[in-house]
Ligand binder design. Structure first.
Ligand SMILES: O=C(O)CCC(=O)C(=O)O
Length: 275
């Protein structure tokens, strides 16, 4: 990861590392996923009419090939995580990777108004600027409007500076963060309101960068080429999007939390009480 890419991560809460996995590496993972999906779900890779959503859980358990996504944590990806979190501060997952595999499902692409969330809380007592990272590895080419996860660039910074996080007991779960942000950020309030023609919403939220309180905000599509990696700050607001492409959206995601992070009430260290 270059210094410019690190700055991009800090500024927007997400950075793309193009070609983090080589074409042959990613093709091997993709083939194993398809083989398993075809066997379990009676779908045919060559016949799009048979495609449907592939539940992530079928890649685990009985009959699933062991370590199907192990290859996504190659040297380059591990190095990127080290640069974001610090070497020796995180544990490599034993069985990495959760599948996001969804077929074309819409003719009209729109920026969703609902389902925006964070996967991790941002509690008052967590002082780290980067307590973890969520990875999205593109298992196959993912064109714009092809169902990529959408990320509100800059949202991690708006969350970090929420006044609510100064109340020592603020647990900062996704719904609480959304409520606080909606009260304070008109741009997010508009994003989360079901208004506007799809094209207007694309222009307003994807194609135009707004600035709130000095923080640039914009909806970022995690589209790209097979083998690209997106590294996302765990406090980035994100959502799924319609797949208007002709391909399955195939992505493996993994969430890494720094060993030093204390994101939940149950693991809140007493030393950080009142911070
Ligand atoms: O693109 C999607 O389906 C949403 C993914 C998501 O919300 C997540 O992995 O946390």
């Amino acid at each position: 990861m270059t210094p410019e890419q690190r700055t991009e991560f800090d500024t927007h809460g997400v950075v793309r590392l193009a070609g983090a996995l080589a074409p042959a590496e990613i093709a091997a993972v993709r083939d194993r996923v398809w083989e398993r999906a075809e066997r379990v779900l009676d779908i045919d890779r060559a016949v799009p009419e048979t495609w449907r959503r592939v539940p992530p859980k079928i890649m685990r358990g009985n009959g699933a090939p062991a370590g199907i996504f192990a290859g996504i944590l190659n040297h380059r990806v591990n190095t990127a995580i080290d640069l974001l979190l610090g070497p020796g501060t995180w544990d490599s997952p034993v069985d990495p990777g959760q599948l996001l595999m969804t077929p074309p499902d819409s003719d009209v692409w729109n920026v969703p108004h609902s389902m925006w969330h964070t996967d991790f809380p941002a509690p008052a007592w967590e002082p780290a600027a980067v307590p973890g990272v969520q990875l999205f590895v593109l298992l196959q080419d993912l064109p714009s409007r092809g169902g990529a996860t959408l990320i509100v660039g800059g949202s991690h910074r708006l969350i970090q500076r929420l006044p609510e996080r100064r109340s020592p007991d603020f647990a900062g779960h996704s719904a609480e963060l959304r409520k606080a942000l909606a009260q304070q950020v008109p741009w997010l309030r508009a994003l989360w309101t079901r208004t506007g023609h799809p094209q207007e919403r694309v222009e307003q939220f994807v194609e135009t960068e707004a600035v709130h309180d000095g923080v640039p905000v914009r909806v970022i599509e995690t589209s790209g080429r097979a083998g690209d990696l997106y590294a996302m700050h765990p406090w980035s607001i994100h959502a799924s999007s319609p797949n208007c492409g002709g391909q399955m959206r195939m992505v493996a995601t993994e969430r890494i939390v720094s060993r030093a992070a204390h994101l939940y009430t149950f693991n809140r260290p007493s030393a950080l009480e009142g911070v």
